[in-house]
Ligand binder design. Structure first.
Ligand code: DQA
Length: 142
């Protein structure tokens, strides 16, 4: 059974209430429940933190045993060299995801500090971005 962690960064605990025009009206908890039902053969876990260090600690914790991490680093995507280094430091593949299409938004969202360290990037498909990333990890042979 594959072990996949979904790791959400700052402000993503407010999904459903935060700028619903951009991020939708569903809470992540409700979406996660549905995702678990769609992948009964995958051990899916979820962790969210608003703190950069806590995200790094979590990557260290699972990064040598899990089969994959789906990471929405929120705004740390655009600023955090420490997250880039943490992703490079572990052996578990990490997929970067974004709910919105960051390239259609403000210029400061166009650059990602973490993409180069990640296995791949999925953005712009709403909450379905997470499922697409899980699907990619499930299909990956490594
Ligand atoms: C986001 C995009 C980021 O630019 C933003 O800071 C977020 C959410 C997304 O999922 O679309 O917090 O990662």
């Amino acid at each position: 059974m594959k072990k996949i962690l979904i790791l959400n960064g700052p402000n993503l605990n407010l999904l459903g209430r935060r700028e619903p025009g951009i991020y939708g009206a569903r809470s992540f908890e409700a979406y996660f429940e549905e995702l678990c039902q769609q992948y009964p053969d995958v051990e899916l876990t979820y962790f969210q933190s608003n703190h950069e260090g806590a995200l790094i600690d979590k990557l260290h914790e699972v990064g040598f045993t899990a089969d994959g991490v789906v990471l929405n680093a929120g705004a740390y995507t655009h600023t955090s060299i420490a997250l880039h280094d943490a992703i490079r430091a572990i052996t578990t593949p990490v997929i970067e995801v974004h709910i919105s299409n960051v390239h259609q938004r403000e210029e400061f969202r166009h650059h990602s500090c973490i993409s180069a360290a990640c296995r791949g990037v999925i953005c712009g498909f709403g909450l379905d971005s997470y499922r697409l990333a899980v699907e990619a990890l499930v299909k990956s042979e490594e």
